[in-house]
Write a protein that binds this ligand. Sequence first.
Ligand code: SF4
Length: 687
Amino acid sequence: MVATSPYLPTVRTTCPYCAVQCNFDLHLEDNLPVRITPTRECPVAHGTVCKKGLAALHDVRHPDRLTQPLLRKGGELVAVSWTEALAYAREALAPAVQSCPDATGVFGSGSLTNEKTYLLGKFARLALRTANIDYNGRYCMASASTALNRTVGYDRGLGFPLEDIGTSDLILLVGANIAETLPPIMQYLKAARDRGALIYAIDPRATTTAKVAGQHLAIRPGSDAALALGVLHLMKIWGRIRPTAPAHGMAEVLWQAEAYRPARVARECGVSEAEIMTLAQRYAAAQRPLILTGRGAEQHAHGTDTVQALINLAFLTGHFGKPGAGYGTLTGQGNGQGGREHGQKTDQLPGARSLRNPEHRAEMAQVWGCLPGDLPQPGLSAQELLNACGQPGGIETLIVLGANPVVSAAGARQVTERLKALKHLIVIDFLPSETAQLATLVLPGSMWCEEEGTTTNLEGRVQRRRKAITAPGGAREDWRILCDLAQAAGRPEGFTYSTFRELQDEFFRATRGGQADYSGLSAERLDRASVQWPVPHPDSPGTPYAYAPTYPTPDRLATLHVPQLPPPAAPRLTLTLTTGRLGNQYQSGSQTRRNPALRADAAVQMHPDTAREHGLRAGEPVTLRTAHGETTLPVLLAPGIRPDTVFVPFHWPGTANLLTSPESLDPLSRMPAFKATAVTLHPAVVG
Ligand code: SF4
């Protein structure tokens, strides 16, 4: 416990929500947190927190809080003892481990601490022996991660400290609504602007960020890669190609850009040639241009190639990996960075090792006391895992930890049907999410202020999360539940930690030699200060600047890939639906929808001209129909959105993801196409 107040005991910890990972103090009274105060010592937010963070205590003793295991009996979830719950888990898990391990799936989350991420991956591969583990980060930054890994063999969202953003002289925010989703980062953008930087919001909507940025380029959803290629085309013509370092594939990438003349790019992006030219001129003139992507650029069936096009532009103009310049992705979920490093991705082992790499397999087998051949090969990605649930030869039992795919996955109707078809659905959560409500067994887990651990923010900064209170009633810490389930599966070896510290020390050790090397860390060291990874030994100062001109690839060179893009857009006959987040809500909304301080309503945002064309007025219900489903929502007039685009936030069940496709996936990152779906509007049948 860190003493920061003379009046009430306080515990300094990290926010449960977004990837900035602001630090704040929890003030305790009668062993309950009663107040949050931001801390000026916070290395990322410097004494600010957003309204979500300030309201985070609402769930702590919420009446919906799960405090006992729930088992489905006669169609109803009823409270049972842990003994009965684990007996059910034994029947569900133990036979499958012996006969058909891949029929059990595990679905994790980018909100889990690093230690839980690590343990979940180990649990799936050693206790359950299944290949089929993946997580909801597949819906977050998977396309950016895939593009970075295949280009430079490395994936840290921001390769430099956040404050370096303030030194950039041109910032392109591509599909990133920072003002609503990562508010403290606005202070760095404002610092850049105060020094004379130009800031562009490249987004089909005039978001809050676009209004602050000053420059708004309202391109069509999904046309970001064409824009990048158009700017690269002009950089070549203007003699601005100065590669950051020798690399493979440069000639091919430049050859592709030849075809992206301003007229074509303007047509594909749905903006004027003059706007393209102005942006390119500003990019050419900038000394430290920085391209930052959010989900708007990444959540497409060609998301990896979109990010690739932006990385290629930064690389070929000499900016990639430079402090405050180049390219970065703004991870969204609380531990979106650490959650993608330590083994809950289906193709990955701790320390951002690859499950396909024989050396990496051998390293982890040594840590875990097994043979490399005992480790499964990569299995199904998140959406494929859900699609396989309850299908012949597919997944019979699914374990979900800290995720709510019924709301957050693409194709919500199909996902719901598939989860209902499972033999066993075991959900570990602290609130009865929509996914938990379908479960056959719900195990009450711990929430953020009831557990120890570490999280890694969007600049690769590892910070301590501290336990302030004990989970109520029969709720248990998640790491203990995973150990209980390993025992229930009949394979407790390697899951007999007597303390959390034992697990944490094993986790740090397990990352040694990986790209995301945390082996120089300890809880004591993190008490003194947060550190940006890699931290390969206790004396390492950490690595504020991650992208050197040589890379951890076999020949130390980067490889630029030619983006594979869909055919040029035809004239739009229908509207495009794009989905996304609101400032007041977090992810599937399971926590934030319950909080009156964060009240927000589901609605479809559309341009007033679009509403007029369809005979709609503000507040009236309208039915949205796509090839994948339909939903009815009230109209919210938004003059800043493109008239050919409508926007629906995804935080509510039965809304945005009823309209998205569960089958249309990026071929490399397996990211669903959340951001561009053809949609039609119809008068709602009021009944
Ligand atoms: Fe900070 Fe994000 Fe939490 Fe807001 S939601 S307080 S920005 S970590």
